[in-house]
Write a protein that binds this ligand. Structure first.
Ligand SMILES: [Zn+2]
Length: 323
């Protein structure tokens, strides 16, 4: 696998060089390579809204930024996306597709505002809303758990148990609506790892790193009220997922056991269930669906997200089928 990856990286470098060389030979252009390639620093996503095709340079490995979210441009044929769940749902997701001759950025919808616990929202077993991102696993999602950054207040055994349960909640379609289990490819828990999720949180933003095929669930200090974040990569040609990483916030807001009385605490297993939803291909529902696991803003002091609402279940069923 390592050799394959190195070969792949080398191919990517070579093609970059070829494109640059070809560009430099274009005497008609007086602009420098840096100008054509949007400078050397992070590239605003807006600059790629209509694609990079006219630039004549490879952007593989460059960072594309939109607000507080950034991603490293993946190799040709791969799309990367980052999405998460917050206390208030204020962070907008970002998707960058490298289709070979062109790199294109798409911003997620800015849902903003509150979403948690509106009394008028339909109950979980009546709310049929779901949104699919258009890609899924063809084989199993094999993941490891990284506990090196986990907050000390948590027992490693309980964290591991809840992460594994969260995966099962999502892929089996666990619900209280009387619906059968789903046929989602089995998620294989491969044990603990010292590798970190390929997600780089900063004080003001969060970044999906360069593409690799290790799937890691781990911890980090997420910015701006985020409770969880998922970066995933899929292959453009087939729509099949290639990799997914999940990072859970190390702040005080997540808990493995809700206290009583409870204020401003969020259920760890429920949040991880939501993130596994992204890893399996689910998108956000938008506001007004606070009883569904895949709403972008999470309701505090409830374990509701551990079980799928009918919309969550229907979305997963559409991708993977039911038993
Ligand atoms: Zn989310």
């Amino acid at each position: 696998m390592t050799i394959l990856r190195r070969t792949f990286a080398l191919v990517a470098c070579l093609s970059t060089g070829t494109v640059l060389a070809a560009s430099l030979q274009t005497a008609s252009s007086a602009r420098t390579v840096d100008e054509r390639c949007i400078g050397r620093g992070p590239i605003p996503a807006a600059a790629l809204a209509h694609g990079s095709g006219a630039l004549g340079c490879s952007l593989v490995g460059r960072v594309v930024t939109a607000g507080r979210v950034s991603v490293v441009v993946p190799p040709a044929g791969v799309t990367v996306a980052g999405d998460g769940i917050g206390r208030h749902g204020e962070v907008t997701g970002l998707r960058v597709a490298n289709i070979g001759s062109d790199v294109r950025a798409v911003l997620g919808s800015a849902t903003g505002s509150q979403g948690a616990g509106a009394a008028s929202d339909p109950p979980a077993c009546h709310d049929r809303t779901f949104h699919l991102e258009g890609h899924r696993w063809a084989t199993s999602l094999r993941y490891r758990v990284a506990l090196s950054n986990a907050p000390r207040r948590f027992h490693h055994r309980i964290l591991t148990r809840q992460i594994k349960a969260a995966d099962v909640n999502m892929r089996s379609g666990r619900n209280t609506c009387g619906k059968p289990h789903l046929r989602t490819p089995v998620g294989h828990y491969l044990g603990h790892t010292s590798a970190r999720p390929n997600i780089k949180p900063g004080t003001s933003g969060i970044k999906c790193g360069a593409y690799n095929t290790h799937n890691v669930v781990g911890f980090g200090r997420l910015p701006g009220g985020l409770l969880g974040w998922t970066c995933y990569w899929y292959l453009n040609r087939t729509g099949h997922m290639g990799a997914a990483d999940i990072m859970l916030d190390t702040g005080k807001a997540l808990t493995t056991k809700l206290p009583s009385p409870c204020t401003n605490q969020w259920d760890f297993e429920g949040i991880v269930t939501h993130e596994f939803g992204h890893a399996y291909g689910m998108g956000h529902t938008g506001s007004g669906h606070s009883h569904l696991t895949m709403q972008h803003a999470a309701t505090p002091c409830s374990t509701y997200a551990r079980t799928l609402g009918i919309g969550d279940w229907l979305g997963m069923k559409k991708m993977y089928g039911a038993k």
